[in-house]
Write a protein that binds this ligand. Structure first.
Ligand code: SF4
Length: 333
């Protein structure tokens, strides 16, 4: 440890980003750690990760990867819980244990069970953005990229769906199934900030731009966009499109990632204030701390009694391919 004299007295010398990176990569190798980072992480974290993706891709990665002895999951807690269920033989750590998704907090297992009693014939589909408690009571799990396909594949006339009411609207529009909200108030505070005017204003300035919105955005915003899809779909769409300007309606980490991957294209945020404070709780320092100390409080576990059911529904979800973007503008792509 090196020290410096500051106005607060003698303090440990803050490591530079480069030093932190090197120490993380060295320890990662020594500990045989798999680092998974969600698309909404800052670029410095994305750069040291073994894999960056959306929740479906990360869930698959934790199930498929071999030869590692610990997982460090830079995402919100429900994502790390899925890795803990799918990789039961290795410990899963979260760099900041307080990284909780407020959308997930809308649904408890008790609420799911109560709604099931009200509609006994309707299967339950929960979005991955839920706690292990809510997942333990569901019949199916979906991501934003697989929601349409999963709901269609069930073959039921009516489905209970939640907690995201905007994603429920998206599924309602793209299937013939009656979708009943598990909680009509459920929303992601980051995606709920987008409005139609933001897209229209940018379109005036960039008339040839393609606007892509996440299905957690309000339905009017989805209508105003040219393409609607998960972050995984956004990455594929931008990579395959010949268009030069894209307006992105999702969290800023994804906008930064796309711009870095496509320096020849202009990737513009629809709203710069779309920042998930929970995702951004993770830092390189916290990742290093977890690799160094493997602290008990950063270990993510799921109650033993919930594990078999959650594993089964997650494995079913992982078999579904997931759809391409809904409402793509093929003429310009
Ligand atoms: S962006 Fe929204 S849904 Fe995603 S983790 Fe943050 S609050 Fe939850």
């Amino acid at each position: 440890m090196r020290w410096e004299l500051s106005s607060r007295g003698v303090q440990p010398l803050a490591a530079s980003c480069e030093e932190l990176r090197e120490r993380i990569l060295e320890l990662k190798k020594k500990r045989k750690a798999l680092i998974l980072a969600h698309n909404y992480q800052t670029l410095d974290i994305q750069e040291i990760a073994d894999f960056v993706g959306d929740s479906l891709q990360l869930a698959r990665k934790s199930a498929e990867s071999e030869g590692y002895e610990m997982v460090v999951f830079a995402g919100v807690r429900f994502m790390a819980e899925m890795a803990a269920v799918l990789s039961p033989d290795v410990p899963v750590y979260i760099p900041d244990p307080g990284a909780l998704c407020p959308l997930a907090a809308y649904l408890t297992g008790e609420k799911v069970a109560a709604k099931k009693e009200e509609y006994p014939d309707a299967p339950v589909v929960v979005y991955v953005n839920t706690t292990a408690d809510a997942k333990s009571k569901t019949d199916y799990i979906c991501t934003s990229g697989s929601a349409i396909e999963i709901v269609k594949s069930i073959g039921a006339e009516r489905v209970l769906f939640g907690p995201d009411a905007n994603l429920a609207d998206y599924v309602r529009e793209h299937t013939d199934v009656e979708i009943i909200d598990l909680d009509e108030r459920g929303h992601c505070y980051v995606h709920d900030k987008f409005d139609v005017e933001m897209i229209l204003e940018l379109k005036k300035k960039y008339p040839d731009a393609i606007a892509i919105a996440h299905p957690e955005c309000p339905i009017e915003v989805q209508h105003a966009a040219d393409v609607v899809g998960s972050t995984g779909m956004m990455a594929n769409f931008v990579a395959q499109s010949d268009a030069k300007v894209f307006l992105i309606a999702t969290e800023m980490g994804m906008v930064e990632q796309l711009q870095k991957a496509h320096p020849d294209k202009k990737i513009l945020p629809v709203y710069e204030g779309a920042v998930c404070r929970q995702m951004k709780k993770h830092t390189l320092e916290k990742i290093l701390h977890v690799l160094e100390e493997m602290p008990e409080e950063n270990l993510v576990t799921v109650p033993e009694e919930h594990v078999p059911h959650i594993r089964q529904v997650l494995e079913e979800m992982n078999k579904v391919k997931g759809q391409g973007p809904a409402k793509a503008v093929s003429a310009r792509t």
